[in-house]
Design a binder for this molecule. Structure first.
Ligand SMILES: *Cc1c(COP(=O)(O)O)cnc(C)c1O
Length: 456
């Protein structure tokens, strides 16, 4: 690992006062981060892990600045959250104005306009032009929990159907809904009952089965093993996030939604990771023209402030008794102000075009690398949500060790990357939409060097 400074050639643009460059002035992590990491070990539960023990002091555009003064390229956006850019000036201004006026009342005690404006905006932006209502919460898992509560109240049924490789959160109900055991579920059971998992279309691993063929297997399972009449909702991510950016084969989501409608089951799209312009559309459901009954959102909604939502058909959302939904901090004023500013920024800056442009650049670089590195078994995703699945060349056997090695190389060389996938063999890319293209290319130059250093 080099400790001499590495400076990106020719990049001088600044964002939030930060030069948009990769620049290492110490090893990564540097001595200050290592000190902080020792303090973390002393004071923070060991159960809270970190992907890269670099403590951050400032961020913006496409970079994260650490406490040692290193400027790192941000290819994760804090897991698809800072889509509009970290410390986006519109967001910080809106939050400052809001917290200077009031910080909290609890919407269930004395309401405020920002909450209503976010709901109206969500009702307008989400797929379908039927009458809608929304309810706001703080975390993604909380939105999922509430979507299930609403679906059960409306249908008066209890079973919830989820799919293989799905991820929905870390609370008790959402752990039950999440597929992967380590690290999310191990030793945390018993899990909530009445959650059933069915196959999802995973084109790279389905041995030629089409989306509708896998949906046929899944719906037959529901019929035979659960009974359609017992099912309140089918919940799936349009593009599987933690599961490895699996894009189900064409027709899978449509067939599942049609089956749901035919059996009076609600179809719920979990757009917590894929929503808000991440994939080059406001919501990834739009790519297949699926109109979900309910949609859950969080992550990219509010530029980094904690906010989540359930949006859906008015008659479904209104089926819950007054007082049945809420939470002390649910839809906090600062988070609502941040959401309105973020969504405003996305509309004003044609964020969907930015995501597609970034996606095209990423796909081209990855396709080029795949011609030289046969460990790249699959390139997939949409817009600024792209991934590669790494395998032992000539097989589909997952190569998680290689992903780990590439990840460590990227981190040590100043690129903050994330992994994913049930088999831990997926490398995913989620840059903020404020990422300058030259910096994006530099991140992929580092990835290419990582391949060269770690493959024969
Ligand atoms: C992150 C995520 C969640 C959980 O959100 P939290 O805010 O971490 O509770 C749920 N569903 C999907 C698809 C996610 O990506």
């Amino acid at each position: 690992m080099s400790t001499t400074s590495t400076v990106s050639p020719g990049i001088t643009a600044t964002y939030n006062g930060l030069p948009q460059q990769r620049r290492l002035v110490t090893s990564v992590p540097g001595p200050r981060s290592e000190q902080m990491q020792a303090l973390k070990a002393e004071h923070v539960s060991a159960g809270v892990g970190v992907a890269l023990p670099v403590f951050i002091a400032k961020a913006g555009g496409g970079v994260l600045i650490d406490v040692d003064g290193n400027s790192l390229i941000d290819m994760g956006s804090g897991i698809a959250v800072t889509t509009v850019g970290n410390a986006n000036p519109d967001v910080t201004q809106a939050v400052q104005d809001q917290v200077a006026a009031f910080t909290h009342t609890c919407f269930m005690v004395t309401p405020y306009q920002g909450y209503v404006d976010v709901c109206r905006t969500l009702n307008e932006l989400t797929p379908g032009d039927h009458p809608k209502r929304s309810a706001l919460f703080s975390s993604g898992a909380e939105a999922i929990e509430n979507a299930v509560k609403i679906a059960r109240a409306y249908t008066k049924r209890t079973a919830v159907v989820v799919v293989e490789h799905g991820y929905h959160g870390r609370t008790n109900l959402t752990m039950a809904m999440t597929a992967k055991n380590m690290p999310y579920k191990q030793s945390f059971g018993p899990f909530a009952p009445e959650v059933y998992r069915v196959p999802v279309s995973y084109p790279f691993r389905d041995r030629g089965l089409t989306g509708p063929e896998v949906a046929e297997i899944a719906t037959s399972r529901i019929d035979k093993e659960i009974g359609a009449g017992n099912v309140a909702a089918i919940i799936m991510e349009p593009i599987l996030g933690e599961g490895g950016f699996v894009v189900p084969g064409a027709g899978y989501a449509t067939a599942m939604a049609q089956y749901a409608r035919a059996n009076h089951i609600l179809f719920i799209a979990d757009e917590i990771q894929s929503g808000f312009c991440r994939t080059g559309d406001w919501f990834a459901s739009a790519h297949e023209g699926v109109i979900p009954d309910l949609i859950t959102t969080a992550k990219g909604i509010a530029g980094g402030l904690p906010l989540s939502a359930v949006t859906g058909r008015a008659e479904v959302m209104d089926a819950v008794h007054a007082g049945g939904l809420g939470g002390t901090y649910a839809g906090s004023p600062a988070a609502c102000a941040a959401a309105l500013a973020s969504i405003g920024w996305m509309a004003a800056n044609d964020a969907n075009s930015l995501a597609r442009e970034i996606g095209d650049a990423m796909r081209a670089r990855l396709a080029d690398m795949a011609t030289r590195y046969p460990a790249i078994g699959d390139i997939r995703g949409r817009g600024a949500m792209m991934a590669i699945e790494l395998i032992v060349p000539g097989t589909t056997r997952p190569d998680a060790d290689l992903v780990g090695a590439l990840n460590r190389y990227c981190h040590a060389h100043g690129v903050v990357t994330l992994t994913a996938g049930t088999y831990g063999n997926v490398f995913r890319f989620l840059p903020p939409l404020t990422m300058p293209l030259p910096l994006l290319h530099e991140a992929f130059d580092v990835l290419e060097q990582a391949f060269a250093a770690n493959t024969p």
